[in-house]
Design a protein around this ligand. Structure first.
Ligand code: ADP
Length: 596
């Protein structure tokens, strides 16, 4: 630690100032150009790949914690994902029309991995030649300038609580994907954030589910597949089979992807009545009753269970999570009964959106062959956050980074699932062992937020820890690029994208062996998996288990720098892209589609 040159003493004064200006679910600004700071515009995105590193290094305008505008909020070159469709993908012969009905979509309405998955899978299927649309609530917080070619498509009525609600359907393009935005004229989906508005969320999503089917009915559009996600849209398969299939919709078949079994959409019969169904019909074990309340509260239903029962295919997001959900949790019996239509497909990442060789948010680009830009990203982030860095040491700039101080990042929603006690322990452990750590996280629970604020107060004044309580897409890209390690200590993790994104940006994963983490990370010290080894695993949920993995990662980093470099290059080339797994979804679609 004493080898470090501390950058700035007023770092945290500035950072705390900015904490409170960012909020959960803040909408990122990909594709939006703000032209009020030309200097950083020159610095970021100046080279496509990590070519003349020293030149880039000397020309870079370095950020400082005392900058009036923090470095992740400055100007970035416009990023037009419309032009980033992969061109070399072979087209499928048997083409489908798929409509995703979802509560989230990256980057315009992203809260967590669900948004990334919808966009990534939709883009992968589009590039294989399929017709794909996404249907999304027109949240008030969506920035309209992020939507290309936005136009009103249809005005129609959809049902809620005994009334027909005038509703607009808009059409626009997001990241090259056609999106239909549903905008009711009532209070639903109003507010600053995707979730947590001052309206009844369950009723709003039931309304949205019906409004999507109503729109199909009104326009006569009948896709082959309606692909729904999570509890929010789980009312749709029930509405489809018990209402719209008796009206005009015949062709669509339903797929549900469960991204997280923990959220299941607790629903009363009365609430189901409000979308026009007879709630009492669904209060049976084979339909949608919440099994835990049988005998004392038959009123309580579970939308996710209804979605599982009424969909033609049920997918969850990794093979290990599939097994876990069949063995534990109260929905296990429903899943076992529906085992023949239930499968696990590992999520992918969108390798055009997450590409360190072209990422507009990075101060220097890099790839597995030209890795030097990664060092610059690390230094850039260290300087910008006021973390100790070796920039001021004598010698050639690029070569003077001796990299004895591992930088660990943890980018996550701050919820119990993510292993909060392990994150807080890691902060202490990393500091004690001479590393640096940045937590970028947003809590939805006030108690958790206060706990992390207290931690930020305690640690952010020093030179090795930064706890940033906000949502920032831009900063997340920079942190993945800067990191030597990405920590994912989840108690359970259906799939997890952070470890995959981290690897794509050369950050070695240190993760708890559960769910999709167990399917994507293989331990460096496990000789039986030497050829696929790519990170450090631990199994227990105790602090000692985490220490064991972190200590092994730190030793490897410090004592075997050449081998570490080899691992960094290796993980950057692992193919976790959607092109690898979208085909499995297409197989599922084909297995249930209505044959002509
Ligand atoms: P989950 O869906 O449970 O939130 P995943 O690992 O599947 O977890 O996906 C999380 C996604 O959200 C990743 O793209 C991650 O980078 C992003 N993310 C999480 N928290 C933040 C944050 N505070 N700021 C920016 N991005 C975040």
């Amino acid at each position: 630690m004493d080898a470090l040159v501390v950058q700035s003493s007023n770092a945290l004064a500035c950072m705390r100032l900015h904490h409170h200006t960012y909020h959960r679910h803040q909408i990122p600004t990909i594709g939006v150009r703000k032209d009020n700071n030309k200097s950083l515009l020159r610095a970021v995105g100046s080279a496509k790949t990590a070519g003349s590193t020293n030149l880039q290094f000397e020309n870079l305008i370095w950020p400082s914690p005392s900058d009036e505008i923090p470095f992740w909020k400055k100007d970035f070159p416009a990023w037009d994902m419309n032009s980033e469709q992969p061109v070399d993908i072979a087209k499928d012969s048997d083409l489908l029309h798929v409509v995703h009905v979802t509560a989230e979509m990256a980057p315009i309405a992203k809260v967590g991995g669900l948004g990334d998955v919808v966009t990534g899978l939709a883009r992968a299927c589009l590039s294989r030649g399929h017709k794909v649309d996404v249907m999304l609530p027109f949240y008030e917080c969506i920035q309209k300038q992020q939507i290309n070619d936005l136009a009103l498509l249809t005005t129609y009525n959809s049902f809620h609580d005994g009334n027909w609600v005038p509703t607009n359907a808009y059409r626009g393009l997001v990241s090259g994907i056609p999106v239909i935005f549903i905008e009711p004229s009532n209070q639903f989906f109003k507010g600053q954030y995707v979730y947590g508005g001052s309206y009844n969320e369950l009723e709003a999503y039931l309304f949205f589910s019906r409004a999507c089917l109503e729109w199909m009915q009104v326009t006569g559009i009948q896709p082959d597949i309606i692909h729904i996600h999570e509890w929010q849209t789980s009312g749709l398969p029930i509405l489809y089979w018990d209402m719209y299939h008796y009206l005009s919709l015949q062709k669509p078949r339903l797929v549900i992807t469960i991204h997280n079994m923990e959220h299941y959409g607790e629903c009363s019969q009365e609430q189901l009545n409000k979308c026009g169904l007879d709630g009492s019909i669904y209060a049976t074990v084979d339909k949608a009753v919440d099994d835990r309340t049988i005998g004392h509260n038959p009123e309580r239903l579970c939308l996710l269970k209804g979605g599982i029962v009424y969909s033609n295919a049920v997918v969850t997001v990794s093979p290990t999570y599939l097994q876990q959900t069949l063995c534990s949790g109260w929905l296990a019996s429903t899943l076992i009964q529906n085992r023949d239509k239930y499968c696990g497909i590992l999520n992918g990442i969108d390798t055009a959106m997450w590409n360190p060789a072209t990422d507009v948010f990075l101060p220097a680009k890099f790839n597995a062959q030209r890795i030097e830009g990664k060092k610059m990203c690390k230094l850039f982030v260290q300087r910008g956050l006021g973390l100790g860095s070796e920039y001021n040491r004598p010698g050639n700039i690029a070569s003077r980074i001796t990299d004895k101080v591992p930088l660990v990042v943890c980018i996550t929603r701050l919820v119990a699932q993510k292993g909060l006690h392990l994150i807080t322990h890691a902060i202490k452990h990393v500091e004690q062992h001479g590393g640096q750590m940045v937590v970028l996280g947003k809590a939805s629970d006030g108690r958790v937020e206060r706990e992390f604020e207290a931690l930020a107060d305690m640690h952010n004044q020093g030179s090795s820890i930064r706890i940033l309580l906000m949502y920032s897409e831009e900063l997340s890209h920079m942190l993945y690029a800067a990191a030597d390690m990405v920590l994912v200590p989840s108690i359970y993790e259906p799939c997890g994208l952070a470890q995959m994104i981290g690897m794509r940006y050369g950050a070695v994963p240190v993760v708890r062996k559960t769910g999709g983490l167990a399917d994507t990370v293989f331990d460096m010290d496990d000789q039986s998996h030497a050829e696929i080894a790519n990170g450090f695993l631990f199994e227990g949920i105790d602090e000692g288990s985490l220490n064991w993995a972190l200590d092994r990662a730190f030793s490897y980093y410090r004592e075997k720098p050449k081998e570490w470099g080899d691992v960094v290059r290796k993980i950057m080339e692992i193919d976790n892209s959607w092109s690898n797994t979208a085909g499995k979804y297409i197989d599922v679609y084909n297995s249930i589609r209505m044959k002509q």
